[in-house]
Design a protein around this ligand. Structure first.
Ligand code: ZN
Length: 138
């Protein structure tokens, strides 16, 4: 954990451009912004991904994400906001400390975030995947 860059940012050992901070959470500007106003929201406690997050921490985080997204929309005059979060290398998670990207959007912009082309899927494949998920939910 001591090597975790987000833990160091949360502890103030590495400087960041803060947007919001309370006892449990910190929001700070992404130093590699996808677009103007792109920032991150993290729990100050170290949890590698959503699966490791205590439910209470996750609940607190999403409520703050909602407020911060509204602030980004109002403060920057954005038309929309993406809340994006990755878990695991296959999902392009790079830093193993839970973080949510808060990404203001303007229409039109050229960001690849959530801009996939709609193509009808195979009904059989969709049904199989749904069944596998339903079984795992229990
Ligand atoms: Zn950490």
């Amino acid at each position: 954990m001591s090597d975790c860059i987000f833990c160091k940012i949360a502890a103030g050992e590495i400087p960041s451009t803060k947007v919001y901070e309370d006892d449990d959470f910190l929001a700070f500007m992404d130093i590699n912004p996808l677009i103007k106003g792109h920032f991150l929201l993290i729990p100050k406690s170290h949890h590698p991904d959503v699966f490791a997050m205590p439910d209470e921490t996750l609940q607190g985080l999403i409520v703050r994400a909602k407020s911060l997204a509204a602030a980004a929309r109002q403060g920057l005059g954005a038309n929309g906001v993406n809340l994006q979060q990755a878990n695991g290398r296959a999902a392009n998670q790079i830093i193993d400390h839970y973080h949510m990207h808060i990404i203001p959007r303007w229409e039109p912009d050229d960001l690849p975030v959530a801009n996939w082309e709609l193509k009808p899927g195979d009904e059989g494949d969709i049904g199989e995947a749904a069944e596998a998920i339903r079984k795992a939910v229990g």
